[in-house]
Design a protein around this ligand. Sequence first.
Ligand code: NA7
Length: 489
Amino acid sequence: MIDKEQAQGLRFIIIGAGMSGILSAIKLLDAGISNFVVYEKADRIGGTWRENTYPGLTCDVPSHSYTYTFEPNPDWTRHLPPGAEIQQYFERTTEKYGVEKHIRFNQEITHCDFRDGQWYLQKKDGEMDKADVVIAATGVLHHPTLPSIAGMKDFEGSIFHTARWDHSAPLEGKRVGIIGNGSTGVQIVSNLVHRAAKVCHFQRTPQWIMPVINSEFSEQERAAFRADQQLLRDLRNDPEYVASVELFTQAIADPDSEAMAQIEAVVLDNLEQSVQDPILKEKLRPDYRAACKRLIFSPDYYQAIQSDTAELVTDRIHCIEANGVRTTDGVLHELDVIALATGFDAGMFMRPMAITGRNGVTLEDAWQDRPTAYLSVTIPEFPNFFMLNGPNGPVGNFSLIDVAELEWGYIWQLIEKLRAKEYSEICATQNALEQFDKERIAAARKTIFGSGCKSWYLDAEGIPATWPWSMSHFEERMAKPDYTAMDMR
Ligand code: NA7
């Protein structure tokens, strides 16, 4: 039994008040720990769900699975949760669990330095704080990538990245250009074709589209969920969804599997059946394998792009001019608004924070070749510094909440060793990371992500940066730390 006084002696700092930072705070409070703060650079919680507010924003994971296991939500209105509802869910949950009073808003951490057994954190305003344990819950996709297209500054209408949506720009009856056709661009186009006078979708590379039904939960169903928690638990643990994640991750790991053949057949059939015009169909047909880029789950994109208000533009963009986008065929696509759905710099993780671990080792040293972390949560020479949704974890068409909860379970077991004062510094050994990296990279090259396409899953060398094995394997690895892989002092 850990002495309460002793345990309270450890001070925790969580960086980031998004999905995984809130999770960490709730878990600490649940364990009776209140000696912590959450630093958040923005003025509200929510992370990616705070920053993205574009029209049509939807999570492509089923609502009841994109939910903390301990906080089921009877009020989801649709099978796939709209972004605004997710933001509200996190706000409600933050309040319910009393996390808010631990959060320091508008406080960006710029430096973390490990000295004399403690982490010293410096904020942008120069103020310092210190902690025994740091949880980096800084998110994955939060640094927008702006394209370098000539003339962007000359555009006389509104132009912005989709994660910085300018809600003052009118859309109704306007001519809107969307550059990029990842999940973001596809969701925006599907929404805007019903509102704008014209939607030009600029596509550089076609995408495979997985059909999905996004039906509403009726008021009756929601009342039933409110009345019976078991119904919600059943939905959360829906065996069909759980099996589909396992099958999907197995398919990613083995592109020659029957599971991958099934995925390929479904997306191909979707294209063949949904798009009538043979010329448009060929423009939309990818020349790489399904799921190589993150699959787009969409109930209505093919319908949207065939509507009278939509135009798919596949000629390369030459430049942006005062009145629109000029493509290399010489055509000027006249526009009032341009949304840059051009994605994010997925290799940033905690950066631009400058982090220096034991013996002066910097994060830039540690990540010289690529962002890496042992089992995605710990880096050698960065003792008591743990990451949620860090590099090399599972990513794909499934819930990152589940991934963060599994990672927390692992991290917590390490923290318990610190709380019990068995050790004062814990991180992965260099050997463990090297071995993990070797095995991970060899497997990652063979995954579908490495089968010959460009995507945000790839690192600077073109190697998939993700967990290359099945979800059940990740669960096994997260269940109990392998202490021989840990440098514990
Ligand atoms: P993605 O999936 O990274 O998509 C970015 C899109 O932007 C993609 O279609 C790119 O084309 C396109 N792009 C990027 N730069 C340019 C330039 N310069 N010109 C034309 N087109 C360009 O980002 P999303 O925001 O859609 O989704 C990110 C994730 O958020 C998503 O996977 C979910 O996990 C949630 P390309 O394919 O590279 O030819």
